[in-house]
Design a protein around this ligand. Structure first.
Ligand code: HEC
Length: 286
């Protein structure tokens, strides 16, 4: 009897532990790095987000669920996008379509953790409006000029013989003519297709350094006072507010940290040269 009670108590304790530890902490922690921020986002036009989850900041893992939640800042509209794990490439991908122009906040959820991402600016859908050709004259103009000629004719005949009918013709056709011209000025002019070159970048160039600091996962390990887009999660690296290093050192460090300190816990995040330049500029700013 007593043995059974002890067994039961042990069993309940185990269950309790499993429930409180939960899936988020069962595997430790992970950092999340987006491969590339989209350069330009257009409403209704799908784009791909690719990211890597690194367990303990080191080993790429793909065995976890992840999804993307995006919220339109002005309207509060919220959308969720599934992600697909690609074990061979050791990353995740998702196809995202944002339906409205304006600013979108977004985050990637995995391990029971929400990883905030830099806000994206979405352009209006590009409108391929009809192009006005030389022959297609709007009906308001045709009617306006026809009525104007009619009114002049009536005036001419009225001056020769002043009948009420001819006077009525002058007044009526003048009103029709003026109304038509007035309507024509109200007609929305057809919008020409915007050129792709006119589209605004998803992230302001001045904000790119901070955006990369967030999207690459630096913010997950480092506190840095200059970052306002997201909060630090696990401070396992130095507070970068107080780290002063030369651009050359930072360049080499971000290219491959373990080439400088073989035992370092900071992973090689496979940053591109352009990304390293942006990050070094962001870290160097006074
Ligand atoms: C998994 C956690 C982690 C991530 C992600 C991470 N770091 Fe680090 N970082 C560290 C740790 C730990 C150190 C301390 C290195 C040491 O002394 O071994 C460090 C050190 C640094 C240093 C100081 C180097 C020195 O020698 O003074 C800089 C600068 C730095 N990180 C920038 C970044 C940037 C920028 C990113 C994003 C691209 C980033 N880190 C991402 C953990 C991380």
């Amino acid at each position: 009897m007593r043995k059974k009670l002890v067994f039961l108590a042990g069993f309940l304790l185990m269950i309790g532990l499993l429930v409180t530890v939960g899936p988020a902490r069962a595997g430790g922690w992970a950092t999340l790095t987006v491969s590339e921020l989209p350069a330009v986002v257009v409403a209704e036009r799908p784009f791909t987000i690719e990211f890597t989850l690194r367990q303990h900041g080191q080993t790429a893992v793909t065995g976890f669920e992840a999804d993307i939640v995006a919220t339109h800042a002005a309207s509060g509209e919220q959308l969720r996008f599934a992600t697909a794990a690609n074990p061979e490439a050791e990353n995740y991908t998702a196809t995202v379509t944002l339906p409205q122009a304006g600013e979108w906040q977004w985050e990637i959820n995995s391990w029971g953790v929400a990883y905030p991402m830099p806000p994206l600016r979405v352009n209006e859908a590009v409108v391929g409006g009809e192009i006005m050709s030389g022959t297609a004259v709007p009906w308001q103009l045709i009617l306006g000029w026809t009525a104007a000629v009619g009114a002049l004719l009536c005036l001419f005949f009225w001056m020769r013989q002043q009948t009420r009918v001819r006077l009525a013709g002058v007044v009526l056709l003048s009103v029709v003519s003026l109304t038509s011209f007035a309507l024509h000025t109200q007609v929305a002019q057809p919008v020409l297709a915007e050129s792709e070159a006119d589209l605004l970048p998803a992230v302001e160039p001045e904000a790119m350094g901070e955006a990369l600091f967030v999207a690459k996962g630096c913010i997950q390990c480092h506190v840095y006072d200059r970052v306002t887009m997201a909060e630090n999660m696990i401070q396992i690296g130095p507070n970068l507010t107080y780290v002063k290093r030369s651009p050359e050192y930072l360049q080499a460090w971000l290219t491959n940290p373990s080439a400088i300190k073989p035992e370092t816990q900071m992973p090689n995040l496979q940053l591109s040269e352009a990304e390293i330049d942006e990050l070094v500029a962001f870290l160097q700013r006074d």
